[in-house]
Write a protein that binds this ligand. Structure first.
Ligand SMILES: NC(=O)c1ccc[n+]([C@@H]2O[C@H](COP(=O)([O-])OP(=O)(O)OC[C@H]3O[C@@H](n4cnc5c(N)ncnc54)[C@H](O)[C@@H]3O)[C@@H](O)[C@H]2O)c1
Ligand SMILES: *[C@@H]1O[C@H](CO)[C@@H](O)[C@H](O)[C@H]1NC(C)=O
Length: 310
């Protein structure tokens, strides 16, 4: 039988790196992890923060026993079958580190960048073999959120690299989705920030306040979207005629909303740094103070497990 053990090198262990470490350790009993991060207090930082990402009340020893540290990059990547990078979001950093990783890693190692926006085709600029690199963009926090946007560099990343990447994540029960073009923000953030722009615009117009807008989303699209995305939802909304029929019946309302949205966004100057921003941020501070992410994450896990069970 093939040895199922797999070694993973995590380069950068901040918010995203720790969350990925927890994900691999808890979902993949066959993995060992080596962390490389230039933070001087790395070990105390990890000892303090990683447990908050691991299942509560579980014995954490078996997880931590599969975790080690490497001060030097070559040592970290030398035996790894997967090298996953989540260092600073900075093109020069990523270009330099991939060229170095390539020099020291195994020839069959998969190379994944967690970047939110720097395409693989740009990061691989100084690699000997740019076919090896792709983006695996998580939706924060990845130890909870199932989505991974897999973004190969078109005409560059090898098909086998994409396939092996998808296979790994499917085996872990995650939801990897291939994004066919290296578009700005990929897909999840494009959608999220489109809704966010509209939310800011509606608050800036005085239609609702920050808290009321959140209530509206939490009590409608929020629960719906864990079960059916916008296309399936509106396809269902059209009855037997599906989305075609929905657009025939509701298309006028959709058009009015899209037109009004464009006008309001312009009228309220909803651009980043626009004059609306200070007031909306102040409202968020007053409504929520510092958000308890532990409670948020606990509830999100319950929602996901309810959806998975049904
Ligand atoms: N935070 C998010 O919501 C989010 C979501 C998706 C993707 N990302 C992407 O993940 C990456 C990391 O984001 P983050 O929020 O975890 O940042 P972060 O600042 O929390 O972590 C970055 C880590 O990289 C380390 N580092 C710096 N220089 C290094 C080097 N030369 N070698 C190794 N490690 C080094 C830092 O010490 C730090 O621990 C970015 O590319 C970001 O775009 C972030
Ligand atoms: C771990 O190894 C076992 C035994 O080979 C295998 O059945 C299982 O699918 C592996 N799990 C993962 C997540 O790779």
């Amino acid at each position: 039988m093939q040895d199922p053990s797999i070694e993973i090198a995590l380069i950068g262990a901040g918010t995203i790196g720790l969350s990925f470490a927890a994900l691999h350790l808890t979902q993949n009993p066959n993995c060992t992890i080596t962390i490389h991060d230039t933070r001087p207090d790395l070990q105390t930082y990890i000892q303090r923060h990683l447990p908050t990402y691991l299942p509560e009340n579980a014995n954490q020893e078996p997880y931590l026993a599969r975790l080690s540290f490497a001060n030097e990059l070559p040592t970290a990547v030398k035996n790894a079958q997967i090298v996953q990078e989540q260092g600073p979001e900075n093109l020069e950093f990523k270009v330099a580190i991939w060229a170095e990783i390539e020099r020291h890693a195994r020839e069959d190692a998969l190379f994944w960048s967690s970047t939110s926006g720097i395409p693989a085709s740009a990061q691989s600029r100084e690699m000997q073999d740019p076919t090896r690199l792709l983006v695996v963009h998580p939706y924060n926090p990845p130890h909870i959120m199932p989505l991974l946007e897999v973004v190969p560099a078109p005409q560059q990343t090898a098909e086998a690299v994409v396939e092996n990447t998808l296979e790994y994540w499917r085996e872990l029960g995650r939801t990897p989705v291939v994004v066919k073009k290296e578009c700005t923000g990929f897909v999840a953030n494009r959608l999220a920030f489109a809704l966010f722009r509209e939310a800011c615009s509606l608050v800036a117009s005085g239609v609702v306040d920050v808290k009321e807008l959140d209530e509206i989303v939490q009590a409608s699209m929020g629960p719906r979207w864990t079960v059916a995305g916008p296309f399936k939802s509106y396809h269902a909304g059209g009855g037997e005629g599906g989305l075609t029929s929905f657009m025939e019946k509701i298309g006028g309302t959709v058009k009015n909303c899209w037109d009004a949205s464009k006008e309001d966004v312009t009228a309220n100057d909803v651009s980043v740094g626009g004059k609306w921003q200070e007031d909306v941020c102040k409202q968020a501070d007053e409504a929520y103070g510092v958000v308890d992410t532990a409670e948020r994450d606990m509830k999100t896990r319950k929602v996901l497990s309810a959806v998975a069970d049904s």
